[in-house]
Design a protein around this ligand. Structure first.
Ligand code: GLN
Length: 555
């Protein structure tokens, strides 16, 4: 047997748990992604996991207007929008190993129990649920070969729902005392009547965290403004943490500024020091910074209207449901040297008052994102018609592509009742029909994780707008749909002038529809979701092509 050359022992994997304090929505996901990006820039292989406290087995059955966007991974797993941030910031392609919910963890434990995998023991919430969480974390780390894993625990410290995940973090720390760390992302309010930044809620959050047996190693202090030395000292003394380990995280204009801001407080070096690691390289986020600066410098805007339904929650626009679309637009805007100006347009307005369609003229481009069901559909179809006839650049994503085909069939092919079977099961002209493999699933009410999901290849037609944008003949894009362009109508539709410029490799499934450039500056829809594969560093070519057309047409 060959003797082994003396090799340096690989450092053990480090685990960083990120938990939230005081309130939700303070940017834990962006903090997690930014920490990851910074540690990558120091030469480490980093991965990330999200644990969500829902009973839902995955995020696919959750209404995006309540929970935010369903982010689809390459392998088709339907997850939380934070996974999108991890991928976008860290340039990762994550798998189902990196996401879990309470429902999934319990489901696995119960299935194992049914299979006698607990050897006749009494299966209990503690330790078996945290143990399953730990098993999953370690599996994700093994398969991704990461040096450092960042695990974001959903919810806020002190609530009942995530207690078992904190328990998992505590038990892991017992097992690996030198390799497990915790970060509390907290919020420091500045009440307007008092005008002073208050540390007390964060102190309480730390005490609450302490009561679960966890002492944070770092506090990321979110607030309107940067933390002064006095506040840092206060937190240090009251929360038993070193002053340097309190990282100031003031509000910034763009989420992409966050890693740069963290580095101003030397987050990377402080983390490495605590983790007992040395920087293997120092690129100081140079590529990232260049993109951010480019974005900051652009003064001109490009005005895009997003037409759809369900944008409102109470008095507020719930843009979280379309976070990847918004980010992809920002990435592309940065590429074309503009800032994005977005308006949310409720398609129902066009149904009650068609004259309002005229208001679409003020936009340089219109985008229709994915969606389901019949509400607001007729309004969207008339908006698409307006864009086609008035030559306003149009970009349709998934449902936005299907509705574009419906509009074309109705107006150009004169099939007045052309529709999707999703909305009208008895139409004479179902130009959008259910995918054959979906029929049985719907009949059995088998809804969870059963759409056509995840990454599939498509081939592009030469000479098309899509081919020109991608600069490639073959693409891989992520999907989430049950319906498709009805194969029986493809010939007729193409004969009427709409081009299917991308199809599945067997030519059966239509993946992109577009009008020729000489007819319309940009009238294009995708059956897939390009927004899931865009980042600041690598903007998606179709979003860039859309905005280039929008800028060119823009008055
Ligand atoms: N409702 C359509 C379908 O199921 C489109 C889905 C989507 O936009 N994600 O095919």
């Amino acid at each position: 047997m060959a003797t082994r050359s003396p090799q340096k022992k690989k450092a053990s994997t480090k685990y960083i748990f990120v938990v939230g304090g005081v309130m939700s929505g303070v940017g834990k996901g962006v903090a997690t992604s930014s920490i990851g990006l910074i540690l990558q820039s120091k030469g480490y292989a980093v991965t990330a996991l999200k644990i969500d406290p829902y009973i839902n087995v995955d995020a696919g059955t959750m209404n995006p207007t309540e929970h935010g966007e369903v982010f689809v991974l390459r392998d088709g797993y339907e997850t939380d929008q934070d996974m999108g941030n991890y991928e976008r910031f860290m340039g990762l392609e994550l798998s189902r190993d990196h996401y879990m919910t309470t429902g999934l963890v319990y489901k696995t434990v119960i299935e194992k129990e049914r299979n006698l995998e607990y050897g006749g023991r009494c299966v209990e919430v503690v330790p078996h649920i945290p143990q399953e969480v730990i098993r999953r974390i370690k599996k994700a780390v093994r398969t991704s070969k990461a040096d450092i894993a960042i695990i974001e625990i959903g919810g806020t410290v002190g609530e009942y729902q995530n207690i078992l995940f904190l328990e998992a973090a505590r038990i892991m720390k017992l097992e690996h005392p030198n390799d497990v760390f915790s970060v509390l992302v907290s919020y420091l309010p500045i009440p307007s009547k008092i005008g002073e930044m208050k540390t007390k809620p964060t102190q309480y959050a730390v005490r609450t965290l302490n009561s679960t047996g966890i002492q944070p190693d770092f506090i990321i202090a979110r607030s309107d403004r940067p933390l002064d030395e006095k506040r840092k000292e206060k937190l240090a003394v009251n929360c038993s943490i070193r002053k340097e380990d309190v990282i100031s995280a003031p509000d910034v204009e763009s989420i992409y500024d966050v890693p740069l801001n963290f580095e101003q407080d030397h987050l990377g070096d402080r983390f490495l020091k605590k983790l007992g690691l040395k920087a293997k390289k120092r690129d100081n986020l140079s590529v990232w910074e260049k993109r951010v600066m480019r974005n900051r410098k652009s003064t001109e805007t490009v005005r895009i209207g997003v037409v759809g339904k369900y944008f409102k929650t109470g008095d507020y626009v719930f843009s979280d449901a379309y976070i990847s679309v918004i980010e992809a637009l920002k990435h592309a805007a940065c590429e074309v040297g503009r800032k994005i100006e977005l308006d949310w347009i409720d398609s129902a307005d066009f149904e009650t008052d068609p004259k309002r369609l005229e208001s679409l003229r003020q936009y340089q481009g219109i985008l229709v994102p994915g969606g389901f069901g019949g509400r607001g559909i007729e309004g969207i179809v008339s908006a698409i018609r307006f864009c086609r006839e008035e030559k306003v650049p149009y970009f349709g994503l998934c449902y936005g592509m299907q509705l574009m085909v419906i509009e074309y069939a109705r107006s150009v092919m004169k099939l007045a009742d052309a529709h999707t079977k999703e909305v009208n099961g008895t139409t004479n002209h179902p130009v959008i029909d259910i995918l054959p493999e979906q029929v049985e699933k719907l009949r059995k009410k088998n809804f969870g994780a059963t759409m056509r999901l995840g990454q599939y290849p498509a081939m592009l037609k030469s000479g098309s707008i899509a081919r020109e944008a991608y600069k490639s003949d073959a693409i891989l894009e992520r999907h989430r749909h049950r319906y498709e362009v009805n194969p029986e109508y493809i010939g007729q539709i193409e004969a009427a002038g709409l081009i299917f410029s991308a199809t599945s490799p067997d030519g059966v499934l239509m993946e992109i529809a577009e009008l020729p450039k000489k007819q319309h500056p940009f009238f294009l829809g995708t059956q897939f979701h390009p927004e899931f594969q865009s980042s600041l560093i690598a903007p998606h070519p179709l979003f860039v092509a859309f905005l280039r057309a929008a800028v060119k047409e823009g008055k």
